[in-house]
Design a protein around this ligand. Structure first.
Ligand code: SF4
Ligand code: MG
Length: 454
């Protein structure tokens, strides 16, 4: 998911709308904005893309000087409008809205406990648990109530909260998901990625630190604190590899530069002679650029993408996905005839897309197809907010690379090594990353009775 928040700004809701536009790649299922009108918070949210959800009239009615927003892609909970965010509630502490990115690992357990003592849930999203815990808190001060609530949940949360008079941003102590801070005139701005600041002409200041809580109050006063017990830093390496937009800065790295470096490393680790390096668009482009540069093999856009089709992986239904590959990609036929091709993609998850692409390229006349993946084999599901499929569907969880090679129909298949992936980081410490989907080394164990089906 993507989150955004701004305060104080005379056009807070409009700015949030723009911010969500820039964060659209982080979730296409639903979008929402909470803003204030006459000191009351109001929410507009619906299923669909940012461009479809909001009307000019709705935005014009959101006149308050603070707003938060969310774009959703479902990892926990179904894709129904109830699960769209921000979630807005009334409780003893007044009105509170939250936009949450990440997955809570103990959400189901907490929810059962709360239901036993009478809580009524409106959604099946894990994020609602946070609001129930805040509403239940005996703390008189809202910030303390938020801290108390968040101290009881385990997992990934990069959140922005809005109340009648405050904007509060919080990042979980492991720092799984990103959360950026910037300024725009008098306003403090929060966003999942820096590309949102670029669009607004806001100035990127820094990332929120893992475990940091940042409060902007009505007087424009800003306070930062570290209210949680310190935990090992576990930023999501897959944000760098696939999820984040390439034109940004995150966890100390320039995303596109890192992806190109992965391609360079991949070429060093598993070079092969061929006529062309062809990226699987769009996610494989940066790595293919690096691979081609390092191997000195010509780069060619051999697969053309129809830009009016959403990211297939995010469509929740298997049937749409199967159909999707051909809808989305088409080979440049004359290029492939009789040629040896290296296909570069960022990750191989189920193998179904790759299989179709290899077939497509062979059908276009390629003589040899060499598949190169700029991530290690995805062997384990993510419990921290990336929608990887269940373990059973992850082809590398139960098949060797050679079996996968045969399944996708490539002449050779190589992944980058885990070491290669980590050595390609230029500025950040490899120890500070979560790599659990490649290693199975989960920093927070997943409770047997969990929030997500695996
Ligand atoms: Fe990211 Fe993988 Fe860790 Fe999930 S398991 S947070 S996708 S690195
Ligand atoms: Mg892709």
């Amino acid at each position: 998911c993507g989150v955004f928040g701004i305060k104080p700004h005379p056009e807070a809701a409009n700015m949030t709308y723009l911010g969500l536009y820039a964060l659209q790649h982080r979730g296409q299922e639903a979008a929402g904005i909470v803003s204030s009108k006459e000191n009351k918070l109001a929410c507009v949210k619906a299923r669909g893309l940012v461009s479809d959800v909001f009307t000019r009239e709705q935005l014009d009615r959101m006149v308050g000087d603070a707003a938060i927003g969310h774009v959703r892609y479902s990892t926990a909970g179904s894709n129904s409008v109830e699960n769209a965010q921000p979630i807005l509630i009334n409780c003893q502490h007044g009105q509170i809205a939250v936009a949450h990115n990440g997955n809570l690992v103990n959400a189901m357990q907490k929810r059962r406990e709360l239901e036993k003592i009478g809580s009524i849930f409106n959604t099946d999203s894990d994020s609602e648990v946070i609001l129930h815990l805040i509403a239940k808190s005996r703390k008189s001060n809202l910030e303390e109530a938020i801290v108390e609530a968040l101290s009881q949940v385990e997992g990934a949360f990069s959140c922005v909260f809005q109340t009648a008079d405050k904007l509060i941003a919080v990042r979980d102590p492991h720092g799984f998901r990103p959360l950026m801070m910037g300024t725009l005139d008098e306003a403090t701005v929060f966003a999942s990625e820096t590309c949102a600041f670029d669009l607004l002409d806001a100035t990127f200041v820094r990332e929120l630190e893992p475990g940091e809580m940042f409060v902007v109050n009505n007087l424009g006063m800003r306070t930062s604190s570290k209210p949680f017990e310190a935990r090992p830093m576990r930023q999501c390496i897959f944000e760098h590899i696939y999820f984040a937009r390439p034109d940004g800065f995150m966890f100390g790295e320039y995303t596109q530069q890192y992806r190109e470096d992965l391609g360079v490393m991949l070429a060093r680790e598993s070079g092969v002679d061929a006529d062309f390096v062809v990226p699987v668009p769009d996610s494989g482009v940066s790595a293919a650029v690096g691979y081609a540069r390092e191997s000195e093999i010509p780069f060619a856009f051999g697969l053309i993408r129809n830009h009016y089709v959403g990211r297939t992986f995010i469509e929740p239904k298997q049937s749409i996905r199967h159909f999707g590959v051909k809808i989305k990609l088409n080979p440049v036929r004359h290029l492939f005839e009789g040629k040896r091709v290296i296909l570069v993609d960022d990750s191989l998850v189920r193998g179904t897309t790759s299989r179709k692409i290899v077939k497509m390229v062979r059908h276009a006349g390629a003589k040899e197809v060499h598949m190169r993946i700029s991530a290690p084999p995805t062997t384990h599901p993510c419990y921290y907010g990336i929608d990887t499929p269940t373990r059973r569907e992850l082809i590398a969880s139960s098949h060797s690379t050679d079996e996968i090679r045969r399944y996708i129909g490539a002449d050779t298949l190589e992944y980058i090594s885990i070491d290669g992936m980590l050595q390609s980081l230029r500025n950040s410490d490899p120890e500070h990353y979560c790599k659990a989907c490649f290693t199975g080394d989960y920093v927070i164990p997943f409770p047997a009775e969990g929030g997500i089906e695996v």
